[in-house]
Write a protein that binds this ligand. Structure first.
Ligand SMILES: Nc1ncnc2c1ncn2[C@@H]1O[C@H](COP(=O)(O)OP(=O)(O)OP(=O)(O)O)[C@@H](O)[C@H]1O
Length: 224
């Protein structure tokens, strides 16, 4: 079995031992195969951000295992987790979090330079990604000069800049109007399919969820 992502018996709570203690994840199990795109639907507050942060090694579960590309990160220290996160995982959030003082292209080039990619190569990759999502002509514009949908497409390109094997997205088109969301989501899926990466994408939108390979629902701390 060579799954891209395995979540095994994840439990996570907050404020243990206090009167306001809560259990957010109560035995989450999930596998995502190479190239598979899984939709996660969840009511607000159900714990999808918590789950995505744990799957992306930004946070640790109280118990349970996170296996990415065959490596079990349960017993690994911060250094190994940070290195793996940079190498293996791309994140997309509901709000783009682009750096406002840099252009679209620069926002995609910078994480590559930080990762040791030569500048020429990083520039070519940024151009290729922006062209792929249909905004190559906006490469030299700063985020403030772009529409919400364009900004979000730049964020997709940035998430994929370092060629991760796993994409984690938290409501990637959640702040866009329905028509724009639809178009921008199509651009994201085209990027994901062409690069063949695995993805776990949280969304409230059942129409978008239906376009992915499989849908799971986060309910009462478990995936069903
Ligand atoms: N650091 C924390 N300390 C205490 N409680 C927390 C913490 N982080 C999250 N929670 C609680 O855990 C629950 C799940 O939070 P989480 O952000 O994962 O939900 P979510 O499904 O992503 O919500 P939304 O869709 O509204 O963004 C919520 O009840 C939240 O208040």
């Amino acid at each position: 079995m060579n799954e891209m992502l395995v979540l095994d018996g994840l439990r996570k709570g907050y404020n243990a031992g206090l009167p306001n203690a809560i259990t957010v994840l109560d035995g989450v199990d999930l596998t995502v195969a190479p190239g598979e795109v899984v939709a996660m639907v969840a009511p607000s507050g159900a714990g999808k951000s918590t789950l995505l942060h744990i799957a992306g090694l930004l946070d640790a579960p109280d118990t349970g295992r996170v296996v990415i590309g065959g490596t079990d990160y349960a017993g690994k220290g911060d250094r190994a987790r940070t290195a793996a996160r940079r190498r293996e995982v791309g994140f997309i959030y509901q709000f783009h979090h682009l750096l406002p003082e840099f252009t679209a292209a620069e926002n995609i080039i910078l994480p590559q330079l930080a990762n040791g990619t030569p500048r020429r190569e990083a520039e070519a990759r940024a151009t290729q990604l922006l062209d792929h999502v249909g905004i190559g002509h906006r490469a030299d514009h700063r985020p403030a000069a772009m529409s919400g949908g364009e900004q979000q497409r730049v964020a997709f390109c940035r998430a994929l800049a370092n060629r991760p094997r796993l994409l984690l997205a938290d409501e990637p088109t959640g702040n866009l109007d329905p028509a724009t969301s639809d178009r921008v989501f199509a651009a994201l899926m085209s990027l994901v399919r062409d690069t063949g990466l695995s993805a776990l994408i949280a969304t409230h939108n059942l129409e978008l969820a239906a376009r992915m390979d499989r849908m799971v629902r986060l309910e009462a701390g478990r995936l069903v």
